[in-house]
Design a binder for this molecule. Structure first.
Ligand code: C2O
Ligand code: CU
Length: 474
């Protein structure tokens, strides 16, 4: 039993420094060159037991945060240390990377090899994340540590006056959920073929941490980096845990929303990002907790354990401070695709004969796994249908940002949540019996890209396929 709930401080992943800055002779843009080594490390999770033996980017988990300004290109060399037991492939989730740099699941780097990934970073400010994507090993690699934050900043966002300062008033909160063995080591995920819920909730790699805060506004960047677990996040006072406190959602997968959305529960499927501003100013001298609702608040069918309803604790100082940050009532004009009515593709996510599949195809079926040809530059509506009974699936489409247009059916009858509708996304959860319409502009590159369930157990069990973006004829 883990008995150190709220006993350890929240770690903040360090910011990765580039090894070299050069000017791209073709574009005139700066290129930052980074080197990251995937290597083993030990983390003492259970006091008095053996440490967990993990493998992470630069030997930490989460990996170091890459923070880059819009318009600055990056090249990241990911070296797979020769002593590692497994292959890797790195995907920068949320980036419209060219296909050879997108972490295609079979584009494998063996132990002892490296690959240089080029990232364009022309997008507006947002939280991306980099994680492993190796075929049939993604869950195990991510679970043992291979995930990190990648933040794009831009001048428009900086001018808004939101709470700022990485690690100070602008803090990544990377959520995960794991199981450990009796001896304190991490229990492997390779024997699991349905879901890996985890009974220990981690934030930035630390089980149930605490953070001391000032009575002022903070920006928190949430990333659900769990293997299967959904979250229904909410804040409470420790002295009144049944009253959910309001906060403002300001950004989602593809960056700022049009306007802040006030809520008291934030539902997050695997791989989703949401950013919020929480104002601690009315809680000076009090203790608050970030908590989790069963089944991610209703979007999933998660298995819960004794303490999976808890996430982390905030101790608010009683010393008043001056807070000059603010949350404007309009954040930006979101580049929504023009609204259409034609459904271009229909994809059914299902389980047949113990296989996780999309339209009857699994990723291993190389001859049949390209399920859509999409003319480059067009806007398409895809209909994503969950026909797998009681299962739920967070669906991720590579390359694009999409609008969550409509939620149809489903036993919860939830509709599109206001914070889903106010921005663009690259992951959308499919609830029980639900069909979701997503609309995206398929650009700017040609290429074969993956789309899949981001429950990493389902993904590794082949609930993944591809689409081919091709140029329109002249
Ligand atoms: Cu976050 Cu295809 O992955
Ligand atoms: Cu799934």
């Amino acid at each position: 039993v883990y008995n150190q709930i709220y006993q350890n401080p929240l770690p903040i992943p360090p910011v990765k420094q580039p090894k070299q800055t050069i000017v791209n002779p073709v574009t005139g843009n700066n290129i930052q060159y980074y080197e990251i080594e995937i290597k083993k490390f030990d983390q003492q999770v259970y006091p008095g037991k053996s440490p967990a033996h993990l493998i992470g980017y630069d030997g930490i988990s989460p990996g170091p945060s890459i923070v880059v300004e819009k318009g600055t290109e990056t090249v990241v060399r990911f070296l797979n240390n020769p002593a590692n037991p497994r292959e890797n492939s790195v995907h920068l989730h949320g980036s419209p990377s060219r296909a050879p740099f997108d972490g295609w699941a079979e584009d494998i780097t063996e132990p002892g090899q490296y690959k240089d990934y080029y990232y364009p970073n022309y997008q507006s400010a947002r939280l991306l994340w980099y994680h492993d994507h190796a075929v049939h090993e993604t869950a195990e690699n991510a679970y043992f540590g291979q995930a990190g934050a990648y933040i794009i900043t831009d001048a428009a966002e900086n001018s808004l006056g939101l709470p700022s300062g990485y690690g100070q008033f602008d803090i990544p909160l990377i959520l995960s959920s794991k199981f450990y063995n009796q001896d304190g080591t991490l229990r492997t995920s390779t024997t699991e073929d349905q879901n890996l819920w985890g009974d220990i909730i981690h934030v930035n790699g630390q089980p149930w941490p605490f953070l001391n805060v000032q009575p002022r506004k903070y920006r928190f960047r949430f990333l659900n980096a769990a293997i299967s677990r959904d979250f229904g996040l909410h804040f409470v006072k420790s002295s009144a845990v049944n009253t959910k406190l309001p906060f403002k959602v300001i950004a989602s997968d593809a960056g700022l929303l049009e306007a802040p959305v006030t809520t008291s529960v934030l539902e997050m499927g695997v791989a989703e990002r949401y950013e919020i501003v929480f104002d601690f100013s009315s809680y000076a001298g009090q203790t608050l907790e970030l908590r989790n609702l069963p089944d991610g608040g209703g979007i999933g069918t998660d298995e819960d354990f004794d303490n999976t309803g808890k996430v982390m604790k905030f101790t608010v100082s009683s010393t008043p401070v001056t807070d000059t940050s603010n949350v404007p009532s309009t954040l930006r004009q979101v580049p929504f695709p023009p609204a259409g009515n034609t459904i271009n593709h229909h994809f059914r996510f299902h389980r047949s004969n113990g296989e996780w599949q999309i339209n009857g195809i699994g990723f291993a079926d190389a001859a049949n796994r390209i399920l859509a040809n999409v003319p480059r530059g067009t806007v398409e509506i895809w209909e994503l249908e969950n026909s797998s009974g009681g299962w739920t699936h967070p669906i991720h489409i590579h390359l694009v940002d999409f609008r969550v247009k409509e939620r149809i059916g489903g036993d919860a009858g939830r509709g599109v949540q206001p914070y889903e509708a106010a921005g663009l996304k690259d992951v959308v959860w499919l609830g029980r019996g639900e069909t979701v319409l997503v609309e995206a502009h398929y650009a700017p590159w040609n290429g074969v890209y993956m789309f899949h369930c981001h429950n990493l157990i389902h993904e590794d069990q082949d609930m993944m396929a591809a689409f081919n973006v091709t140029q329109l004829p002249d």
